[in-house]
Structures are given as structure tokens and as C-alpha cells.
Design a protein around this ligand. Structure first.
Ligand code: NAD
Length: 249
């Protein structure tokens, strides 16, 4: 793709964009005309990722471990060099390492914090100067309802997602004067690899507690990301929106 073609498009970077919710976000933004960089630790084949060749033209993959500060700086510099700008950053990469506190290893705590929380610091720091120079930008953090409710067996994960709430509101205050909007989407139960270990019975019991009586899909999150990435949300910043079928009210 020629530089002149790239520059006509808005540019989005989605961390953990290689599968699950991140893949849904990448496809949604690409379908709305964004040039999207999907970052991940392991990169998929485009043929397995999407069969839609028009969408594929708008998608680039790049290897990047969000917990590695230097690697993040390098990858974001090369994206700016190649695409000329970054309009939207979606901090979606996340992991779980569940366990009750007494059994949780220090490495389980650190890994979750390093990826879910410090990862968002690393990437936001890497785009802030570019967005400030542009006098525009959107940072969209993917939290979780357990960042509000807590969850037994997920003290590390819940703490990382609560941390993202404070991070979102602080950045929204810091960057608002430069027209950089920062918001957080808190998904409920979404069907991806992260939640694939529930048995059919567990899933049925879980879904019965969701007012909308169904599990969420990556598209349910992706469409709200598109809202926060677009003109319809131009006067919204520092907000947390639960996308959970009513599970946490
Ligand atoms: N699935 C759910 O029910 C649910 C609910 C609430 C919040 N979330 C959040 O949504 C986000 C996406 O979750 P998902 O369900 O799609 O999970 P997933 O396991 O399917 O995908 C996670 C993605 O993050 C990437 N990733 C992990 N560690 C990384 C690292 N160090 N650097 C870069 N990328 C990394 C993976 O490669 C993958 O692309 C996560 O932040 C998760 O906490 C998910």
C-alpha cells in the first residue's frame, strides 16, 4: 500500500487484536474504513482471520508484547513512521491467572498486572505524544465488570481492571485539553477462549443470571468501541460503560 493511500484513512491500533474480542474490534473498525494494526504475541494467518479480502487490505499484524516497554515504544514508532498517525488506541490485551489468594503465586499476580495494567500504561505513553501533536485521539480501554464488582478467585484480574478505571479517568483529565478522549468499556461474559473453560451446565447457570439471557459476543463489544472511536462520542470522556447484558447494575 502506498503512503498516500494510507494517509487518507484513520489509523487504529488494537492490542491483543489477534483473536477473541480484539479480533472482533479489528474487523469492526476495518469495516468502517480504519486502517487497523492488530498487535499480539502470536500472529495469525490472514486467511484464517478473515476471508473478506477488502477488510484484509485494511488490516496489518504486528508482533508486540504489551508488557515490554521498549518493544511497545519500538512498534508504535514504526507504526507512526509507516501510517503517519495514530487516531485510536484500543487497550484490549489481557489475561487471567485465577486462583484464591492463599493459592495465588506471586508470578500469577505480576503477570496479570504487567499485561492488563502496565501494558495500557506502556501503549498509552507510546501514543500520547503523537496524539497530542495531532490535537486529537481516542484511547479506549477494555476493562471488565469485575473491576467494579470484584470476583472470588480473581483478585489479581479484578485489581488490574479496577486499576484501569483510575487510569482511564486520570488520562481523560490529563489529555482532555488536547482533544484526546479516554473511555473504558467493561464487558460482562463474552464468548471467547478466555471463557471457554466453563462446562455447558455452568454456562447455562451463568446465562440465567444475565437479564438479556445470552452470553455476549465480540461484536457486542466491537460496536461500542466503534462508537467511542467515532464522531458520535465526541463529547464523552472519562466514562465507564458496562456492556454485559445487564449482569452488573
Ligand atoms: N471474554 C470475556 O468474557 C471478557 C470479559 C471481560 C473483559 N474481557 C477482557 O477483554 C479483553 C480480551 O479478552 P478475550 O476474551 O478476547 O481473551 P482472549 O484470550 O481470547 O484474547 C486475548 C488477547 O490478548 C492477547 N495478549 C495476551 N497477552 C498479551 C501480551 N502480553 N501482549 C500482547 N497481546 C497479548 C492475546 O494474544 C489475545 O489476542 C481482555 O482484556 C479481557 O480481560 C473479556
Amino acid at each position: 500500500m502506498k503512503m498516500s493511500e494510507i494517509n487518507l484513512k484513520k489509523v487504529a491500533v488494537v492490542t491483543g487484536g489477534t483473536k477473541g474480542i480484539g479480533q472482533g474490534i479489528v474487523l469492526e473498525l476495518a469495516s468502517r474504513g480504519f486502517l487497523v494494526y492488530a498487535l499480539g504475541r502470536n500472529l495469525p494467518e490472514m486467511n484464517n482471520y478473515t476471508q473478506d479480502s477488502t477488510l484484509a487490505e485494511n488490516i496489518h499484524f504486528a508482533k508486540c508484547d504489551v508488557s515490554n516497554f521498549d518493544q511497545v515504544s519500538e512498534v508504535f514508532s514504526s507504526i507512526v513512521k509507516e501510517a503517519g498517525r495514530i487516531d485510536v488506541l484500543v487497550n484490549n490485551a489481557g489475561i487471567t491467572k485465577d486462583g484464591l489468594l492463599l493459592r495465588m503465586k506471586e508470578t500469577d499476580w505480576d503477570a496479570v498486572m504487567d499485561i492488563n495494567l502496565k501494558g495500557a500504561f506502556n501503549t498509552s505513553k507510546a501514543v500520547a505524544r503523537t496524539m497530542m501533536g495531532q490535537r486529537s485521539g481516542r484511547i479506549i480501554n477494555i476493562g471488565s465488570i469485575v473491576g467494579t464488582t470484584g470476583n472470588a478467585g480473581q483478585s489479581n484480574y479484578s485489581a488490574s481492571k479496577s486499576g484501569l478505571v483510575g487510569f482511564t479517568k486520570s488520562l481523560a483529565s490529563e489529555l482532555g485539553s488536547r482533544n484526546i478522549l479516554v473511555n473504558l468499556i467493561a464487558p460482562g461474559y463474552i464468548q471467547t477462549d478466555m471463557t471457554a473453560n466453563l462446562t455447558k451446565e455452568q454456562l447455562k447457570a451463568f446465562v440465567s443470571n444475565i437479564p438479556l439471557k445470552r452470553a455476549g459476543l465480540p461484536e457486542d463489544i466491537a460496536r461500542v468501541v466503534a462508537f467511542f472511536a467515532g464522531v458520535d462520542s465526541s463529547y464523552i470522556t472519562g466514562q465507564i460503560i458496562h456492556v454485559d447484558g445487564g449482569l452488573a447494575m
